[in-house]
Design a protein around this ligand. Sequence first.
Ligand code: UT7
Length: 316
Amino acid sequence: MTGSRIVALGHYQPSKVLTNDELATLVDTSDEWITSRVGIRRRHLAAPDESVADMAARAAEKALAASGFDAETVDLVVVATCTAIDRSPNTAAQVAARLGVPAPAAFDVNTVCSGFSYALATADHALRAGAARRALVIGAEKMSDTVDWTDRTTCVIFADGAGAAVLEATADDEPAGVGPVVWGSDPRKGDAVRIDGWDPTISQQGQTVFRWATTQIAPIALQACERAGIRPDELAAFVPHQANLRIIDAIAGKLGLSDSAVVARDVVESGNTSAASVPLALSKLVERGEIPSGAPVLLFGFGGGLAYAGQVVRCP
Ligand code: UT7
């Protein structure tokens, strides 16, 4: 085995949509402030009885159906999430049970907003090592559970959803479809995003994270291209964590992308869904046919921790 590739993607968003105008009836904010400072126009929120595992399973079900693989052939399930309430069974085991995956290695990963790229790298490493052959890698979040709906600095930003990828080990003569990961963190700034305690409420030092993301992330993201042997102007798409449209555009502007490269801006329609944002945005772009199959795409997650991770993948 030489590596792994993404075979198919799927995503799920809850049906309830909350607009900026509706938020302006809850807190002292406005559509103008939210669109100009964060770029979000609307976001999806889970129902009170809808869990992270529910959303993860819906996204994974779609990805699995698109892959054409039987659930019985999946031997690894990894879920990236920072909002799952249950400790046992973990989210990955719950997803496996619902989908009928009989005996997978199943575990959750929490690196907050960079979680999907960590989960993807971990699954890729397992497939490279021969420890698994087919994996489900999922990012799923119910951020609304952690939001104080009277705090205008956070309640306008975060949202719920899930995205999933089916991964398969590649054969010896097949090129790898998941490039080397570049990952790390700045723990000294870890307090800049907090979701802590038994009944956690999200809080953040917005400007600290903003400055870190807009100054530190682009050079690291370029390392992921270098390690994959891809020039930035060869990328068909850039799919960063959907934190803030201004952050996305600031990082994209420093990468040297070609004019035809697609930049994921799903934050506008979906808000910030933490670990779900990268697979959700990627799955939507692929569903809409905006990235050709086999084309190189740079994924890059960053946020709480302050952790980051990214890799170049070949579009399924
Ligand atoms: O994904 C997890 C990682 N987190 C991030 O990536 C977040 C990164 N940071 C950001 O995206 C931005 O810093 C925010 C969107 C969080 C905030 O935008 P900002 O342009 O940095 O605003 P600010 O915090 O400097 O606040 C400017 C003003 C303040 O009022 P005063 O003190 O100038 O009177 C805030 O109280 O905007 C006020 N404000 C709001 N006004 C209307 C804060 N939130 C709101 C709001 N509506 N929702």
